[in-house]
Design a protein around this ligand. Structure first.
Ligand code: URA
Ligand code: SF4
Length: 197
């Protein structure tokens, strides 16, 4: 029997050869995921940016560094506690938002990843992840920080770190402070999960 880890490797190889949408044209690398494939928390972002496209890893540019710092402040270790991926695996030109057609084309990869990592908690990072996974367009500011049951898992949308980079205030009630509160909620729920078998 192949383990889920083998299957994730197979998925990464298959995904690396994917040409299902036009984003294949401009990419250097397909960006599949990073972190602990056995983590109980799956983070899903938007799409690779320039740095991600060069390194082949998600969330390694400025947004990713901020995300790692926020996770750490909330007591979540981004190597041990999380697996990180994106709704779209190839970089859109000029970092534009992926189109609905591109989201749909890439969706089967994401679905396989969600099933293989099989994390009970899922965090949607930003409005595009919210749209790509739940089909909800807009409303991230009112939906962030709220858990919802989804396909046998618990899912929470949070604000995207690129938005926080543009709104750096850390005052109480600021987007950054709210995001830290949200991630603390995530850490609490992580701590309450029953121990894995
Ligand atoms: N880097 C990623 O990998 N995803 C994002 O959503 C933003 C930056
Ligand atoms: Fe394939 Fe997704 Fe890349 Fe499009 S973005 S080519 S669907 S891996």
């Amino acid at each position: 029997m192949t383990s889920d880890l083998d299957s994730l490797q197979q998925l990464a190889s298959a995904c690396a050869a994917c040409r299902r949408c036009g984003l294949a044209e401009g990419r250097h690398q397909v960006v599949v995921g990073r972190g602990n494939p056995r983590a109980r928390l799956l983070l899903i972002g938007e799409a690779p940016g320039a740095q991600e496209d060069l390194e082949g890893l998600p969330f390694v540019g400025r947004s990713g560094q901020l995300l790692d710092r926020l996770l750490q402040s909330a007591g979540i270790d981004s190597n041990r506690d999380v697996y990180i991926c994106n709704v779209v695996k190839c970089r859109p030109p000029d970092n534009r938002k992926p189109s609905a057609a591109e989201l749909a084309a890439c969706r089967p990869w994401l679905e396989q990843q969600i099933a293989l990592v099989d994390a009970p908690l899922v965090v949607l990072v930003g409005a595009t992840a919210l749209q790509g996974v739940l089909g909800i367009k807009g409303g991230i500011t009112s939906l962030r920080g709220q858990w919802r049951p989804w396909q046998g898992r618990w899912l929470m949308p949070i604000l995207h770190p690129s938005y926080l980079l543009r709104n750096p205030s850390e005052r109480p009630g600021s987007p950054k402070a709210l995001t830290l509160d949200d991630l603390r909620q995530v850490r609490e729920r992580l701590a309450q999960l029953p121990a894995p078998l």
